[in-house]
Design a protein around this ligand. Structure first.
Ligand code: SF4
Length: 346
């Protein structure tokens, strides 16, 4: 089984309470099952008795994890609580035990075209995935900055990198999407592929690598691209609260570019909430969490709102269009993405 690769982590986490406060789901459901320790204890049970893989409560809990990877990132021994949950999802799928709601999302993902539609000219290719397309102001902000910088760029729209399928445990289907997506991008001859979506960034950097898919252009998150642009931002961003992205921080060694960009924009970044380890992303790491567990996502957004100093006036900055969507939908918070902030500072 896939979880066998995580035996050391399973054995360590099942007796450890250290990171229970970093389970975004546990913080809003107050269920013991939604903590790293109990998820690991249940997985240990499966390693002893494989028939437990079919237990409906176990499956429901595994698919309720918000997968922020905050536990792994902040674990003093780097035990991989996140990896074991993803491996368990693959085991559930490979055993034909995926529940109906998961199968429904996977079916929808499998039916979408992997190859994006590409238009325009230039070495830079800006990829607007479906989550980013839902926040139309993100692409408008990028366009405003590129016009000011005098850079021509191409746009890739739609498509599917296989990230949702990978996260739900459908490894083979995900690899197929990744291969087709990469073929279309490689054929374009672009030198740099810019994504505003941290989930897509993680897919291009880590997901493609793990399934042996080669991407020719350099993949960068929008914050990296913008932080390195030689343009003047004449207005200062002032006081902001930056909510870290699960994918840029916890999955990609705390990528430095969001903070470099904030510094370039003259932002004074204030501490948010009660600690800097928690994820306030509303389930970004679980990718399609708003479809899979909408009621939990709503609670997570309200949890974030309750931690704001002044919910109706604080300037909240996020890296992820998904997080902006959820916070805007379920809270009063004023949220903008890093790209939108940069465009406002021109
Ligand atoms: S990830 Fe680390 S801190 Fe969290 S439960 Fe496992 S061993 Fe404990």
């Amino acid at each position: 089984m896939n979880i066998d690769k995580f035996n050391d982590s399973i054995k360590a986490c099942r007796f450890c309470f250290m990171c229970r406060h970093l389970s975004g789901v546990g913080n809003v459901t107050f269920r013991e099952a939604d903590t790293p320790r109990i998820r690991a204890a249940m997985l240990y049970g499966v390693t002893l008795d494989k028939s437990k893989l079919a237990n409906a409560d176990f499956i429901e809990t595994i698919y309720s994890s918000d997968l922020s990877a905050a536990c792994r990132f902040h674990c003093v021994n780097s035990f991989d609580e996140n990896g074991m949950v993803l491996a368990a999802r693959r085991d559930i799928v490979e055993a034909g035990l995926a529940p109906a709601d998961v199968l429904e999302i996977a079916k929808e993902e499998n039916s979408t075209e992997a190859k994006p539609k590409i238009s325009g000219s230039g070495d830079v290719l800006y990829y607007i995935d479906p989550d980013s397309a839902a926040v139309a102001s993100e692409a408008r902000a990028f366009d405003k900055i590129m016009k000011r910088a005098g850079i021509k760029y191409r746009i890739a729209k739609g498509g599917n990198t296989g990230k949702v399928l990978e996260t739900l445990g459908f490894a083979a289907d995900s690899a197929k999407k990744a291969t087709e997506f990469a073929e279309a991008i490689n054929k374009s001859g672009a030198k740099t592929l810019v994504t505003p979506n941290p989930a897509v960034y993680d897919s291009l950097i880590n997901g493609f690598n793990s399934c042996g898919v080669k991407l020719s252009p350099k993949a960068v998150h929008a914050s990296e691209f913008l932080a390195q642009l030689k343009i003047k931002f004449s207005k200062k961003a002032g006081k902001v609260y930056y909510l870290e992205s699960d994918f840029l921080k916890n999955y990609n060694s705390n990528l430095k570019f969001p903070r470099e960009l904030l510094c370039k924009l003259g932002a004074e970044v204030a501490e948010f909430g009660t600690n800097s380890e928690e994820s306030y992303s509303c389930g970004e790491g679980a990718v399609a969490f708003d479809k899979l567990r909408p009621a939990i996502v709503e609670k997570m957004a309200k949890y974030v709102e309750a931690r704001a100093d002044n919910p109706s006036s604080d300037k909240i900055i996020v890296a992820s269009p998904y997080t902006k969507m959820q916070l805007s939908k379920h809270s009063k918070l004023k949220v903008c993405t890093l790209t939108e902030l940069a465009a406002d500072c021109l």
